[in-house]
Design a protein around this ligand. Sequence first.
Ligand code: HEC
Ligand code: HEC
Length: 267
Amino acid sequence: MNRLLSIACCGLLCAWSAGAQERAEKEKEKEIPEKNPFDTPADAATGRKYFLGHCASCHGSDGEGGRGINLTTGRYRMGGSDRELFKTISRGIPGSEMPGSRLSDNEVWRLVAYARRLATAGAEEKAPGDATAGKLVYETKGGCVQCHVAGGRGGNLGPELSEIGMRRSLKFLRQSLTDPDAFVADDYKTVTVVTRSGERITGVRLNLDDYSIQLRDTKENLRSFLKRDLKEYTLEKRSLMPPYGTALSATELENLVAYLSSLRGKP
Ligand code: HEC
Ligand code: HEC
């Protein structure tokens, strides 16, 4: 009986302290100013220096994106107010490659000032192609559906594209189509294994540790191998996505880019 009581008490106490912690967080959040207190051109110029040192390796030196997303569109999944940008940049985005920073508040605010100017600099580059025609290429001749989900359907060998227009610049999209090897995200590296019986299997690497390899093969089966059962395995630089520079005409490519650029998730 006593034990039950103490378990119940402990549960209550934990719930209470978790609640208190949440309230403290909320209080702290209220202390973050709504408007950027460091928003002069000089602040933004200092912010640019921090950006080149801490952010450009992923977001590109002009914010055009790469491993990180394009920051010139002015659209933000986590919200675009000064306070929201401050929170994103200081805490990062859990579950993504976007890390929290160890910069001081004043430094983060100057980054917010710079991020704002990046967004107005490249705001709304408009794709010249025809998005409706591009959608048709995507679904038919391009065969993109086979490997990509957009709007809820498609294959899973490549990354989901439902928000690609928000994340990637037109330049990046064009290059993805004509030269997919130029950038391959960490989660989509190509691996080829050869088993002892001589079977050769290529796919997207899911996991690679000291003893084993897991991959998603080109038919989308999950395959798992012990390294000691393999004749060889190679992590490749190339993408599993075929280049489309010759398979599609210049007009078809521009239309596809316009379609991809129009994919911006739910409004
Ligand atoms: C290791 C790579 C990496 C570094 C370094 C990095 N980012 Fe990011 N960042 C990302 C990725 C990936 C995303 C997209 C995350 C997502 O939406 O899933 C992102 C997203 C963002 C976003 C958009 C958030 C939104 O709401 O859509 C902002 C703003 C941003 N980063 C700013 C910065 C700044 C400023 C720095 C430097 C202090 C920085 N990032 C450093 C990878 C990085
Ligand atoms: C055989 C499977 C396959 C086909 C077919 C395919 N892709 Fe891909 N795609 C991938 C893989 C795997 C990646 C990830 C590696 C990389 O970045 O190249 C990728 C990456 C991409 C990216 C870059 C995403 C990013 O944010 O880095 C875009 C854009 C893209 N594909 C669009 C398309 C379009 C449009 C088509 C049709 C014309 C297409 N893909 C056809 C497998 C495929």
